[in-house]
Design a protein around this ligand. Structure first.
Ligand code: B16
Ligand code: MG
Length: 223
């Protein structure tokens, strides 16, 4: 087992990295889009990953065949409706829903004395972590309600590093969303993306899925 010269922390996104809640977000948005008669594809859904609930709704409404003019109140009601659908789906999460390789990867990081943080844009993050029984994986879970700016702004990753007492230049961020990779790079961290290579022009490394996450491999590029 090699040690890192400089790596101090690995900071994870949640939805789509630790567990496949990205799929549940998609299903909930798709159901809302169907109710509104708006076409909504998996491809367009890529634009919503890592994006806050209300901004995701605005992107979805922008897909309407003819422009909709909604009041602030109506928008909040629609965002709440999506969240209700999403919360029904995540009630069924169990520890078996941790994505492949994640428990081993995090155990390896922790065993080497490197800190682990969670930087999720989701207000449901703590609930999901509890359902996964993964509370002990993380030294810090950033409280998104205390942040001013959304991904791709680096604030969430910078905050996670600060709470961990880590230098951002000595952190790795792991994401499944282009907006999240931009947030990691904006924070001056090393960015690992999980998903299709073409989606992540700004990542330092792209892996096809979480089962390919190996600390030794990442350290070879990072150190
Ligand atoms: P909520 P992440 C993000 O979580 C999701 O990728 C994105 O699809 C979602 O809209 C956002 O959280 C807000 O989630 O509606 O639950 O507050 O990928 O940053 O872990
Ligand atoms: Mg994500």
């Amino acid at each position: 087992m090699s040690t890192s010269n400089s790596l101090q922390a690995v900071i994870f996104d949640l939805d789509g990295v630790i567990t496949d809640t990205a799929e549940y977000h998609y299903q909930a948005w798709k159901a809302l889009a169907d109710e509104l008669g708006i076409s909504f594809s998996r491809e367009f859904n890529e634009n919503l990953k890592g994006v806050s609930r209300i901004d995701s709704l605005k992107l979805l409404l922008g897909q309407a065949a003819s422009p909709l003019s909604l009041t602030e109140e109506e928008m909040v009601r629609l965002a709440d409706r999506k969240n209700g659908l999403y919360q029904k789906l995540i009630e069924q999460i169990t520890p078996a829903d941790l994505l492949p390789g994640i428990p081993e990867f995090i155990a390896d990081i922790r065993q080497r004395g490197i800190k682990v943080g969670l930087a999720s844009a989701s207000k449901n993050a703590q609930f999901v972590v509890n359902r996964l029984e993964a509370e002990d994986y993380f030294d810090v879970i950033v409280d998104v309600t205390k942040l001013k700016r959304n991904k791709p702004d680096p604030e969430i990753f910078v905050t996670a590093a600060a709470l961990l007492g880590a230098d951002p230049g000595k952190c790795i961020g792991v994401e499944d969303a282009a907006s999240g990779v931009d947030a990691i790079k904006g924070a001056k961290m090393f960015a690992v993306a999980v998903g299709r290579e073409a989606l992540f022009p700004h990542a330092d490394i792209v892996l096809p899925d979480t089962s390919r996450l190996r600390l030794d491999d990442l350290l070879r590029h990072f150190d």
